[in-house]
Design a protein around this ligand. Sequence first.
Ligand SMILES: C[S@@+](CC[C@H](N)C(=O)[O-])C[C@H]1O[C@@H](n2cnc3c(N)ncnc32)[C@H](O)[C@@H]1O
Length: 253
Amino acid sequence: MTNKDNQHRQTDFGFKKVAEEDKARQVREVFDSVAPKYDLMNDVLSFGMHRLWKRYAVYKADVDRGMKVLDLAAGTCDLSLQFAPRVGRDGEVWATDINRAMLTLGAQRMRSAGFDSPVVQCDCEKLPFADDTFHVVMVSFGLRNMTHKDVALREMCRVCRPGGKVLVLEFSKVNRLLAPLYDFYSFRLMPWLGGLISGDSDSYRYLPESIRVHPGQAELAEMMRQAGMTDVKWHNLTFGVCALHIGRKPLND
Ligand SMILES: C[S@@+](CC[C@H](N)C(=O)[O-])C[C@H]1O[C@@H](n2cnc3c(N)ncnc32)[C@H](O)[C@@H]1O
């Protein structure tokens, strides 16, 4: 593949096709814009459900004292805040995100809660960590925004220790009986509420579109296997509105 071919490759940005090299910038603009009201909007748009989904994911991550945990695309650090007391003083939680505005808010929340966890601005597709570093690697509601999800999943597997867990919490394919209601909510109410509360209906139009073009449960599980994980399973949450995928990095022979 030449550089020229690369420049002309297209990817999804919601329902639009954009040049691959433009997607990260457009995603950054979305999160720069939504950052100040991000936590409020999460509560409003999910009716508080995102708190339960995240709590369930942290429970399934099953972290123990002394473990090293990586929270990718951590945003405002909801997960890191739950992991930090579980790993205790002997453990480590690293919060990372590509977006400075989101991560600045996350770092402030971690400090206010009394945790001095390291916070690193980096792209999940190029992680600045050595192979086999973390017992648990997790991303919540971040993967669908990434340009090369396969590359990000390989990176997650690479930095996970053999036998360690990789978890992906993400919006998924909802049960088809709920689909008409969910579509009405997503494409009509969500952008309207986003505009009303945050003054940015475009970002809340991107949100449901990015969910619809994201791989469904079985496809994501296959992508995780292709990225090197084994024992991949998923748990549907709220009828598949989102799903928690869990895989393991195989033990060395
Ligand atoms: C919907 S927020 C999720 C934040 C948090 N994990 C949560 O569950 O509330 C998505 C986050 O993914 C981040 N992100 C998007 N692309 C990324 C990439 N390539 N590498 C790292 N973070 C990325 C965005 O900056 C944003 O903070």
